[in-house]
Design a protein around this ligand. Structure first.
Ligand code: BGC
Length: 739
């Protein structure tokens, strides 16, 4: 009896353990290996069904296979929050009432945290929001390098250093994808300006490409395991990047083994034949003649729709090309909406707003301070806040990163909240900047109209300053044309709307004065010596005001570091000629030509090597406490070197410092930057506390890319490991030799 029972139990267990697919299609079984699912699904599909996977069916979706129960893919911007639902074939929002998201800080703000944990938190939260909204592909993050401070999309990217961007993109991607949403890393590659972005050929040599413009993408793919990549609008070395054979087939899918899906930027696919053969997998947003005429089958006019089918039928396109694209799309669907673990996500939860506030505050950079910050205002005192950016909501606008958020806390309200019952917070606008309050039919609801003249606005601000205990100027840029905005570049790095003169006039009043620059890209600060403190704020998203007030009041001890250089003037930068920027028209050439003649020397690699003074250096950022970096040492360890030092909080507040490791090659046979970032660690310490920080330097960290040999080369000779707390504050110089 006992034996029979045992037998029955074993039989039952065997049934329970049977793969669910037995008898059913493998592709439907999320427990089957991914590749088995892909090939099974592929084997059941018609040519037409496969082709349908490779192009859009609406502004933000591409088809699945309805007959097989395989769902369509929903794409969404990205990268700072989940875009409101748009109409089927339009950019304008659809007017839903339940799609107002959590607006996270702009990616440049995340980059300024120099904090991998923040990137991970960001990715996880935005991934959850995407999942809740049933999106499969998040169009972000953007990691194009800050080649010029004028690039209108600098705020959407992660700064001027490939290592920094690479270190932050990896946890962001992992965080997003842990929620069953594909991160679509963009814009691949060498897409560093908005001016003529769809008609410019970037001429970049291989060394520059491999050392500066590719590493962050490589990290996203190889270490982050990104499931999607977006091609960029421009051309590189004569071919559009959405179907650039070398970039997509040879490098991305070849050298890096990328097995995910390449999505075109919206309208970035330009050629019937190259779209088929050169590595593009999903074509989105194409502006064809058919679409312009609003033909009923407009999506059939896409390069990868009817023309692709025709080519397959007459033999100009191969079955192998089709199967490769379809497999990649299927893989993406199985990784996301048909994954074994389905996530429900979470939308606008208190935890997400809290995360947005933490990340925003963690990236705010204290550029200068004589002790005026954190604010110490006598009871019943007066704080005069001047500037449009204290009031203007910034989440709406800027291009495809435009968001509709549940709420946005402006700095003025946050300061009033922080000082309620303690001090009066008076606001003077001071100047009129941008009065726009809507984008793609998303509205902020603010009224920014102004009747006073510029002279009157300034006079009112100056007269209100005379009895202020502190003046806080909150200005900078905004998201209108020629500022931090997609589609246009800035014209200069000087602050617009006469802000420099206004700041000078306020400083002349002689009261303690703090300048808060809200921008997503570098601005010149000629008045720096005349003000007491300077804070670099960013577009901080829903909680931007709170984050800024947290730092100004000292509730948060600032620990952000600049992810780009703040030059004194545009003319000091590496782009000197029109052929470098914004490009030139050449006889016989169809597209604008832009030559990256500066090579690897962008950002601090340029200023530092040429010893050009800047306002604030890459990696700079102060704290309300002080730190000491000592006991630096270097020793051989395995195949590399181990660099260590002790960081101590020597002040009276808890705070965090970013220890930065740069490497210098002093005996190179090629021109190399005077130093390059190869490691960083953000360390939080209580007063008096100290901690040992260690880094490993590998051979790779010493290498440059030899384009002729197509390999990384570490030349024997002397190198220096430079440890510090900014690119211009190096406290230990440790020479070592590569034999
Ligand atoms: C932008 C992309 C964006 C896409 C969809 C394009 O114009 O360059 O970054 O993801 O539109 O909105």
């Amino acid at each position: 009896m006992k034996r029979v029972f045992l037998f029955a139990a074993v039989a039952l267990a065997a049934v329970a353990c049977k793969p669910r697919s037995e008898g059913g299609p493998v592709y439907l079984d999320p427990n089957q290996p991914l590749e088995a699912r892909v090939s099974d699904a592929l084997s059941r599909m018609t040519t037409e069904e496969k082709v349908a996977l490779t192009h859009a069916q609406s502004k933000f979706s591409s088809a699945g296979v309805p007959r097989l129960g395989i769902p369509e893919l929903w794409h969404t911007d990205g990268p700072h929050g989940i875009r409101p639902e748009v109409l089927w074939d339009e950019w304008d929002q659809a007017g839903w009432t339940n799609d107002s998201c959590t607006a996270f800080p702009a990616l440049i703000n995340l980059a300024a945290t120099w904090n991998r944990d923040m990137a991970s938190l960001y990715g996880d939260c935005i991934g959850q929001e995407a999942r809740y909204r049933k999106k499969d592909i998040l169009l972000g993050p953007g990691i194009n390098m800050g080649r010029t401070p004028l690039n209108g999309r600098t705020f959407e990217y992660m700064g001027e250093d490939p290592y920094l961007a690479g270190q932050l993109v990896v946890p962001y991607v992992k965080g997003v994808q842990a929620n069953g949403v594909a991160a679509c890393v963009k814009h691949f590659a060498v897409n560093n300006q908005e001016v003529r972005r769809t008609a410019t050929n970037s001429v970049v040599d291989d060394r520059t490409l491999y050392e500066i413009y590719l590493p962050a993408f490589k990290a996203a793919v190889e270490e982050g395991g990104a499931w999607a990549i977006m091609g960029s609008y421009n051309l590189w070395n004569g071919q559009f990047n959405c179907h650039n054979k070398r970039l997509l087939c040879d490098i991305l899918k070849g050298e890096w083994g990328f097995d995910g899906v390449v999505v075109s930027d919206w309208g970035g696919c330009r050629d019937d034949d190259e779209a088929v053969t050169n590595g593009l997998d999903i074509e989105m947003g194409t502006w064809t003649n058919g679409l312009r005429g609003a033909a009923s089958d407009s999506y059939q006019n896409y390069h990868l729709a009817r023309p692709f089918l025709e080519r397959l039928r007459d033999g100009r396109a191969s079955e192998a090309d089709l199967n490769d694209k379809a497999s990649r799309v299927l893989r993406t669907i199985f990784r996301t909406s048909m994954a074994s673990e389905r996530h429900f996500g979470e939308f606008t939860s208190p935890a997400h707003f809290e995360a947005a506030r933490r990340i925003a505050a963690d990236g705010i950079v204290l550029l200068q301070n004589d002790g005026t910050l954190p604010l110490s205002i006598p009871q019943g005192g007066k704080i005069l806040v001047v500037g449009e950016n204290a009031y203007k909501m910034m989440v709406v606008g800027g291009g495809s990163s435009n968001l509709k958020t549940k709420y946005e806390v402006i700095p003025l309200d946050a300061l009033r909240e922080a000082f309620a019952g303690k001090a009066e917070v008076v606001w003077e606008r001071g100047y009129v900047g941008d009065v726009t309050t809507d984008y793609n039919k998303v509205v902020t609801g603010q009224d920014l109209s102004e009747k006073r003249s510029a002279a009157q606005l300034r006079a009112d601000a100056v007269s209100a300053a005379s009895d202020a205990d502190c003046i806080i100027f909150i200005g900078g840029l905004n998201k209108s044309n020629n500022q931090d905005n997609e589609g246009t570049d800035r014209l200069d790095i000087v602050l617009p709307y006469g802000q420099d003169e206004l700041i000078e006039a306020l400083a002349a009043v002689g009261r303690p004065m703090v300048v808060v620059n809200i921008s997503g890209s570098p601005v010149a600060m000629p008045w720096a010596p005349k003000v007491n403190a300077i804070v670099q704020g960013w577009y901080g998203g829903s909680e931007s005001g709170h984050a800024l007030a947290d730092v100004l009041t000292g509730a948060v001890n600032p620990s952000g570091k600049l992810p780009f250089t703040m030059p004194k003037s545009l003319a000091d930068g590496p782009l000197k000629t029109e052929r470098q920027y914004p490009g030139v028209r050449e006889e016989g050439k169809q597209w604008w030509q832009e030559y990256y003649d500066e090579g690897v020397f962008i950002g601090y690699r340029w200023y530092d090597t040429r010893k050009i003074p800047v306002d604030f250096a890459f990696g700079h950022g102060l704290s309300y406490t002080t730190f000491d970096l000592s006991n630096a040492s270097i020793r051989r360890s395995g195949k590399g070197w181990k660099v260590s030092a002790t960081l101590r909080n020597t002040g009276s507040r808890e705070g965090a410092e970013v220890v930065q490791l740069y490497v210098a090659d002093t005996e190179a046979s090629v021109a190399r930057p005077s130093k390059e970032l190869k490691g960083f660690e953000k360390v939080s310490l209580k007063p008096g506390e100290s901690r040992k920080v260690s880094f490993t330097i590998s051979r790779e960290d010493l290498s440059f890319f030899d384009a002729d040999a197509h390999e990384w080369v570490a030349e024997p000779g002397e190198f220096h490991a430079l440890l510090g707390t900014s690119s211009d504050k190096i406290s230990a110089d440790l020479p070592f030799v590569l034999k």
